[in-house]
Unconditional design. Structure first.
Length: 239
């Protein structure tokens, strides 16, 4: 029984993670690198201003956090991260599909759309994808709101689509919209050094990359389960 969950989940996660990395290399990463130039300029300007105002410089060498170098190293770490995320999300999705007795690539596609809505679309409505140099609320507030939004949206979609009762569907809508009444605590509080056009392009390209990521996870999972695993005898699956 475990085999028909793990193998489709791992395969679809690897494919989705690799495809996401490919899309990011051509569409998302160039925007991040461009935004980093604005961030560096802003930090240099701020440092120069502080130096002139206080008439002194800090002689201590600042500690720089480690990050992969641009090029092959950065691409490799991005690929590894995306594959790990892809496998994790894929195993979650295939488990839910199995528990709810849905199969087939069409069902998988809708489950993938649900995953996109839960983990990306709903949180992005109140907390858009962030470029370097974009100043937002504190990390703790953003993490708490993101987690609450993901949980509330998942519950809401479950009540809305997995239960035919009207009362449950009404509660589902309430759960979906409830987190967005508290978006003020995670809104941008300062002016970003990044141009608005660059921010808009980043949001669009990131949204495209993520919906493709989730559609691949759902569709490949549904296809593999219905064609290669659910049709196998139990003895062969457990062997």
């Amino acid at each position: 029984m475990l085999r028909n969950l793990l193998i489709p989940g791992i395969i679809s996660g690897i494919i989705a993670g690799a495809l996401l990395t490919l899309v990011q290399q051509f569409n998302v990463i160039p925007l991040i690198l461009e935004a980093e130039t604005y961030e560096v300029k802003s930090e240099q300007h701020s440092h120069t201003t502080d130096t002139h105002e206080h008439g002194a410089t800090d002689t201590n060498v600042a500690q720089v956090e480690w990050s992969p170098h641009d090029g092959n190293e950065r691409t490799l770490f991005t690929l590894m991260t995306n594959i790990i995320l892809g496998i994790g999300f894929s195993l979650l999705l295939v488990s839910l599909m199995t528990a709810s007795k849905f199969s087939g690539w069409r069902s998988g596609m809708f489950w993938g759309l649900a995953g996109f809505c839960v983990f990306f679309l709903a949180p992005s409505l109140g907390q858009p994808p962030e470029l370097p140099g974009a100043v937002q609320a504190t990390l703790e507030h953003r993490q708490l709101w993101w987690a609450a939004t993901v949980a509330s949206t998942a519950i809401g979609l479950g009540l809305l689509f997995l239960n035919p009762a009207t009362t449950f569907r009404i509660f589902g809508v309430v759960f979906i919209i409830a987190p967005h009444f508290f978006t003020n605590s995670v809104s941008i509080t300062e002016i970003s050094s990044v141009p608005e056009e660059l921010i808009r392009s980043f949001i669009i390209t990131t949204s495209f990359a993520n919906i493709l990521f989730w559609l691949v996870i759902g569709t490949v999972n549904g296809f593999l389960k219905s064609h290669y695993f659910e049709s196998l005898p139990i003895q062969e699956i457990n062997s």
